[in-house]
Design a protein around this ligand. Structure first.
Ligand code: NCC
Length: 338
C-alpha cells in the first residue's frame, strides 16, 4: 500500500527540507520578478521547465526503485504507454497545479513575499475542507478549531515588516490577492485529489508523479503559447534566464518532489501542521545558532502553533465521549423532568 513504514527521522527530514525549500523559493521568486535587474523572463516558461525537471528526476527515482532497465521499461509500458485512463486521471491535478504554480508568479509579482506567505496560509483550512469532502474523513470540532488556530499561529510566526527595497515594476495588490485566492483553492483541491489517487492503489509514487508531470508539460506548454506565445517566438523560450531564475526552477522542482514524498508518508493536513512546526523549530534553531532576535508576534504565533498541534492530535473519542456524556446527562434530565 502507499503508506509504507519509514522512520520518523526520514519523515522529519522530508518535512524540514520541504519547508526550507518553500521559504527560499518564495523569496527567490519574488527577487527575480521585482528586484533583479535585466530583461524579465517569461514566468510561464519557468513553470513549464519545472515540470520537465520533475519528470526527469522522477524517472531517475523510478529507475532506482525498479532496480533494472528491463523492469523500468515494463513499468513504463504498463502504467504510462498503455494506461491512457490513468494519465487522464492524473491530468486533473496537473491542470490545477499548473494554474496554481502560475498564480504564484502573478501573486509574487504584485505582493510582498511576507504578505504572500501570510495570506497563503488560508490553504490550511481549505485543505482540511477538501480532505473532509473528498476523502470522507471527519474532523472533530476540536480539530477544526485547531486547524484555524494553526492558520492564525503560522500567520503570526511569519509576520515580517514589509520589504524596504524599492521594486522595479509596477504592482497591482488587488491582482496579487485574487491570485492568492485562486492558488489557495487549487492547492487544497489538487493536493487532496493527488493523495486520493496515490493512496487508493499500490502504484508507485514515482509512476504517479510521471503520469502527472507528463500532462503537466502539455498543459504548461499550452499556457506558454496562450499567454506569451508571440513574445516567446520573437525572443526565445529562455529569454531573460539568469542564474537566479535557474535557481528558482531548481527550488520549484525539488520542492515539488519533496511535497509528493511528504503527502505519501503523511497527509495534506499533516503537511500543514508539520510545515508550521518546521518553521517554528528552524527559527528557534536560528536563535540558538545565530542569535536571531525573536519578535513578540513570533513568540505568540509559536505558542498558538504548539497548542494547535497538541489539540489536533488529541484522540477523537475524547470529544465524542464528552458529547455522549452530555447527551446521556441531557436524556437523564429529560427523564427526571418527565
Ligand atoms: O502550495 P502547495 O505546497 O500545496 O503546492 C504544492 C506544490 O508541489 C507540487 N507537487 C505536488 C504534488 C506532486 N506529486 N508533485 C508536485 O510537484 C505542485 O506542483 C505545487 O507546486 C505548501 O504546502 O505550502 C507548499 O507550498 C509550495 C510553494 O511554496 C507554494 O505553492 C507557493 O508558491 C512549496 N513548493 C515549493 O517550495 C517549490 C511546497 O513544497 C509546499
Amino acid at each position: 500500500m502507499a503508506n509504507e513504514n519509514v522512520s520518523v527521522v526520514f519523515k522529519l527530514y522530508c518535512l524540514t527540507v520541504m519547508t526550507l525549500v518553500a521559504a527560499a523559493y518564495t523569496v527567490a521568486l519574488r527577487y527575480t520578478r521585482t528586484i533583479s535587474s535585466g530583461d524579465l523572463y517569461f514566468s510561464t516558461t519557468a513553470v513549464c521547465i519545472t515540470e520537465v525537471f520533475k519528470l526527469i528526476l522522477s524517472l531517475g527515482m523510478l529507475t532506482k526503485e525498479t532496480g533494472s532497465l528491463v523492469k523500468l521499461k515494463s513499468t513504463i509500458e504498463e502504467h504510462i504507454i498503455f494506461s491512457p485512463k490513468e494519465l487522464l486521471k492524473l491530468s486533473v491535478p496537473s491542470v490545477v497545479y499548473a494554474i496554481q504554480n502560475n498564480m504564484a508568479f502573478v501573486a509574487l509579482s504584485n505582493l510582498d513575499a511576507a504578505v504572500y506567505q501570510v495570506t497563503y496560509q488560508l490553504k490550511i483550512p481549505c485543505t482540511a475542507l477538501c480532505t473532509v469532502l473528498m476523502l470522507n474523513r471527519s474532523l472533530s470540532r476540536l480539530q477544526w478549531f485547531s486547524v484555524f488556530m494553526l492558520c492564525g499561529g503560522v500567520t503570526l510566526v511569519q509576520w515580517r515588516p514589509a520589504e524596504a527595497t524599492k521594486v522595479q515594476i509596477e504592482q497591482n495588490p488587488f491582482m496579487g490577492f485574487v491570485a492568492i485566492a485562486v492558488a489557495v483553492l487549487c492547492s487544497g483541491f489538487a493536493g487532496v485529489y493527488f493523495e486520493k489517487v496515490l493512496k487508493s492503489s499500490d502504484t508507485s509514487l514515482w509512476v504517479r508523479n510521471i503520469q502527472m508531470y507528463l500532462s503537466g508539460i502539455v498543459v504548461t506548454l499550452i499556457g506558454v503559447y496562450v499567454t506569451d506565445g508571440d513574445k516567446v517566438l520573437e525572443k526565445g523560450f529562455f529569454f531573460g534566464y539568469t542564474p537566479w531564475v535557474c535557481f528558482v526552477v531548481f527550488l520549484s522542482s525539488v520542492g515539488g518532489l519533496y511535497t509528493s514524498v511528504v503527502v505519501k508518508y503523511t497527509d495534506n493536513i499533516m503537511k500543514g501542521f508539520s510545515a508550521a512546526a518546521a518553521i517554528v523549530l528552524s527559527t528557534i534553531a536560528s536563535v540558538l545558532l545565530f542569535g536571531l532576535q525573536i519578535t513578540f508576534a513570533f513568540a505568540s504565533g509559536a505558542i498558538l502553533v504548539c497548542i494547535s498541534i497538541y489539540l489536533y492530535g488529541l484522540p477523537k473519542q475524547d470529544t465524542s465521549r464528552v458529547s455522549r456524556l452530555d447527551a446521556s446527562a441531557e436524556s437523564k434530565q429529560k427523564l427526571i423532568s418527565v
